[in-house]
Design a protein around this ligand. Structure first.
Ligand code: NAD
Length: 415
C-alpha cells in the first residue's frame, strides 16, 4: 500500500525464489501467478452532505484449486488493484501453508473510512456486496475483516448477501458472535503471532519469552491481541506506534491499561500516561528483541531495514517487508517469520468459523485455540524443515511448502 513499491511484483519475486528451488516450469509459474478472476466495481453513493461520489471497489480471486477462495475486505484511501492482486495471492499461499482447504482472494474499497459516517460506510459496504454477490458464497468466495473493517462490517456483508441468497452464515467470517461468528476469531491472528513468536524465539533462537522485549507497529485487531498474548507469556511490550502517534516504556508498557486507554481513545495509543510519546517514524529503530509490523504493507524497506535492532521480525501485517529489506535481514542474520505463516491464525480460525456455520454447531474458545495451536505448530515445523533443507529464508521456505501443496492439487485436478 505504499506507492514506492509494487506489492504484486514483490510477491511474485518472492514466489519465483521458491519456484526456483522446486524447479517449476515457466508455464506452471504463469498459471500459479495469474489471478483466476478480477472484478472492479464503481459504487455511486449519495453522501450525507448531498453530494454524489463514485467509489471504486475490487475483488480478486487468485486461486481456488484447494477450496473456496477466502480473503479479507479492506478500506484504505491508497488501495489499488495491484495491491489486491498481491494480497489475494498471499491468501492462496497462506491457506496452503497451514493446510486448510481454502484458496486465496482479497478485496476492498478505495476510501478513507475516517472521513465517512457510519451510515455512509454501511451503504458503501452494501453496494459493494450487492455488486459482487454473484461471485461470492460459502462454496465460492468468503470475505473476512481486514484493515479498517471489522465484525460490524461483516454483519452488513451477511445481511446484504442474505437478501438475494437467504440465510447463509458461512458466506462470511469474522462476524459478531450473535450472527454466527466464532469464539476466538477476533483474537485469532494475534494468538497465532504469539504462537509463532514462541516457536521462533524459544524453539529456534533458544531464548525465552519471559522478559523478551517487543515493539509493534499497529495496535488494532492484530497488534493489540498479539501484544496482549505476548505480555501474558511474560514478554515486555516496550514500544507501540499507530496511525496517530507512538508510546514507549523501556521497562514494559502496562498492556491491560494501554488497551483500556486505546479503547477509550478511538483505538489510539496516543496520550497514554504510562509511557513516553515518541515519533512513530522511529519505531523501526527502537531497541527490542522482537519487532512486529502489524499495520501496513511495504514498511520494512531498504531504508528502514538497516535501522532495525531486533533479533527477530514477525510479520503481523500482510507484505510489510520488501524484497530488498528481506535481503538486508537475511545478510544481517535476522529471521523474518513471514506473513503467510505468522499471521495465518486468522484464516485458520476463519476456517473453523466456516466449518461451525456449515454444521450449525458451536465450539468454545478453548477448543478453537487448541485447534489453532495445533495447526500453527505443525505449519511452523514444516516450514522450519524447509529452511534447514534448502538453506533459505523463512519466507522462501513457507512459499516452497505452499507451492508443493498447490502444485499437487493442480496436478490432481488434471491441469
Ligand atoms: P486494524 O484496522 O484493526 O488496525 C490497524 C492498525 O494500524 C491501527 O492501530 C492503526 O492505527 C494502525 N495504522 C494504520 N495506519 C498506520 C500508519 N500509517 N502508521 C502506523 N500505524 C498505522 O487492522 P488489523 O485487522 O489489525 O490489520 C492489520 C494488518 O494485519 C493488515 O495488514 C492486515 O491485512 C493484516 N492481517 C489482519 C488479519 C486479521 O485477522 N484482522 C489477519 C491477517 C493479516
Amino acid at each position: 500500500m505504499t506507492r514506492h513499491t509494487n506489492l504484486f511484483e514483490n510477491v511474485n519475486r518472492q514466489f519465483d525464489a521458491a519456484a526456483d528451488i522446486l524447479g517449476l516450469s515457466l508455464e506452471l509459474r504463469e498459471l500459479l501467478k495469474t489471478p483466476y478472476r478480477e472484478i472492479t466495481v464503481a459504487m455511486p453513493l449519495r453522501m450525507e452532505d448531498g453530494t454524489l461520489r463514485v467509489f471504486k471497489g475490487y475483488r480478486v480471486q487468485h486461486n481456488g484449486v484447494r477450496g473456496p477462495q477466502k480473503g479479507g475486505i479492506r478500506y484504505h484511501p491508497d488501495l489499488e488493484l495491484d495491491d489486491v492482486r498481491a494480497l489475494a495471492s498471499l491468501m492462496t499461499w497462506k491457506a496452503a501453508v497451514v493446510n486448510i482447504p481454502f484458496g486465496g482472494a482479497r478485496g476492498g474499497i478505495t476510501c478513507d473510512p475516517a472521513k465517512l459516517s457510519l451510515h455512509e460506510l454501511e451503504m458503501l459496504t452494501r453496494r459493494y456486496i450487492s455488486k459482487l454477490s454473484m461471485v461470492l458464497g460459502p462454496t465460492r468466495d468468503i470475505p473476512a475483516p481486514d484493515l479498517n473493517t471489522n465484525a460490524q462490517t461483516m454483519a452488513w456483508v451477511l445481511d446484504e448477501y442474505g437478501r438475494k441468497n437467504g440465510y447463509q452464515p458461512a458466506c462470511v467470517t469474522g462476524k459478531p458472535l450473535e450472527l454466527g461468528g466464532s469464539q476466538g476469531r477476533p483474537a485469532a491472528t494475534g494468538k497465532g503471532l504469539a504462537i509463532c513468536a514462541r516457536e521462533a524465539w524459544e524453539g529456534v533462537l533458544g531464548g525465552t519469552l519471559q522478559g523478551a522485549t517487543v515493539a509493534l507497529q499497529g495496535f488494532g485487531n492484530v497488534g493489540s491481541h498479539a501484544a496482549t498474548f505476548l505480555h501474558e507469556a511474560g514478554a515486555k511490550v516496550t514500544a507501540v506506534a499507530d496511525l496517530y502517534g507512538a508510546v514507549r516504556a523501556p521497562g514494559g508498557l502496562d498492556l491491560p491499561a494501554l488497551r483500556a486507554h486505546a479503547h477509550a481513545n478511538r483505538g489510539s495509543v496516543t496520550g497514554f500516561p504510562g509511557g513516553e510519546a515518541f515519533d512513530p517514524a522511529t519505531l523501526w529503530e527502537q531497541p527490542c528483541d522482537i519487532l512486529i509490523p502489524a499495520a501496513l504493507s511495504g514498511v520494512l524497506t531498504r531504508e528502514t531495514a538497516p535501522l532495525v535492532q531486533a533479533r527477530l521480525v514477525l510479520e503481523g501485517a500482510d507484505a510489510p517487508t520488501t524484497p530488498e529489506a528481506d535481503e538486508i535481514f537475511q545478510a544481517r542474520g535476522i529471521p523474518v517469520i513471514p506473513d503467510i505463516l505468522a499471521n495465518a491464525g486468522g484464516v485458520t480460525v476463519s476456517y473453523y468459523e466456516w466449518v461451525q456455520n456449515l454444521q450449525q454447531l458451536f465450539w468454545d474458545e478453548a477448543e478453537i485455540f487448541s485447534k489453532e495451536e495445533k495447526v500453527l505448530v505443525q505449519a511452523f515445523a514444516e516450514v522450519h524443515e524447509r529452511v534447514l533443507a534448502h538453506h533459505c529464508s523463512w519466507r522462501t521456505a513457507a512459499l516452497v511448502l505452499a507451492l508443493e501443496r498447490v502444485k499437487k492439487a493442480n496436478e490432481l485436478r488434471g491441469w
